[in-house]
Design a protein around this ligand. Structure first.
Ligand code: PGA
Length: 246
């Protein structure tokens, strides 16, 4: 296991540092395959990355992106689908085409088949660098506590805490979908490199789990301890419960 931790002052610094990491990775490998995440955590990093790419006119024609997860039951053009989030936040500003951006389809008639298709896609293309956030309960992607570490892309029932955390984006909490398709833990660990971002005191317990001895399915984030190349970029608030960082 190799986990490198970079602790920075705040959300802004985390976003800038992560954007620099991804910018350098794309510059070094113009046909890089990047795994992407949605949510509040990576938004600032996406904004900073877009700025850097536009300022330098870095060519992106050969990159490919693969998103971690998608709600079940929302069409791609639903304002709350992760596809729409990615299109508005990153794909459109960077002028990435449909055939270089992959997001699981949560609106098919056969979700199991979609899971198999998506996992095969990941295997066929291979992910060089995976971006992750983390849930307050330690989930990565939508792999809620208890998800087997050998899981591949699958349908998951979202925990109440996750639905409550995500209700801020919906008109009412009842509208938050109950299920999602997510890359599994094993799918995530297939990436050559992983970068995890976290900001705020509400993520501190989950981050500290990464620095305790136990590897447990109760804290999905601890699966990363089995990966050879993980970089964790956190702000001081999220680092607040790491044993030696107190
Ligand atoms: P957030 O979500 O970035 O909106 O906090 C992270 C997650 O649930 O994985």
């Amino acid at each position: 296991m190799t986990i490198t931790i970079q602790t920075v002052d705040d959300y802004h610094a985390m976003s800038e540092q992560a954007a620099e990491y991804f910018y350098d990775a794309i510059k070094e490998n113009p046909d890089i395959h990047i795994g992407l995440a949605t949510g509040g955590t990576p938004s600032g990093m996406y904004e900073a990355l877009i700025q850097k790419i536009q300022d330098s006119a870095l060519p992106l024609g050969a990159i490919q992106t693969f998103n971690l997860d998608e709600y079940i039951g929302l069409s791609q053009d639903d304002p709350n689908s992760y596809y729409t989030f990615m299109k508005d936040t990153l794909f459109a500003p960077l002028k990435l085409s449909r055939n270089q951006t992959y997001v699981p389809d949560g609106n098919t008639s056969d979700h199991e088949m979609e899971c198999r298709r998506y996992e095969a896609l990941i295997d066929e293309h291979g992910i060089d660098l995976q971006l992750l956030g983390v849930g307050e309960n330690g989930h990565i992607g939508f792999n809620e506590p208890g998800t087997p570490f050998d899981s591949v892309t699958h349908v998951i029932e979202l925990n109440d805490t996750t639905r409550e955390a995500n209700a801020r984006y919906f008109n009412s909490p009842d509208e938050v979908p109950t299920h999602a398709i997510t890359m599994g833990i094993r799918s995530i660990l297939k990436a050559k490199k992983i970068v995890l971002l976290a900001s705020g005191t509400n993520k501190a317990e989950a981050i500290s789990a990464l620095f305790r001895d136990t590897i447990t399915e109760d804290w999905p984030i601890t699966a990363l301890k089995e990966h050879p190349d993980v970089t964790v970029i956190v702000d001081k608030a999220a680092a607040g419960q790491i044993p030696d960082e107190k």
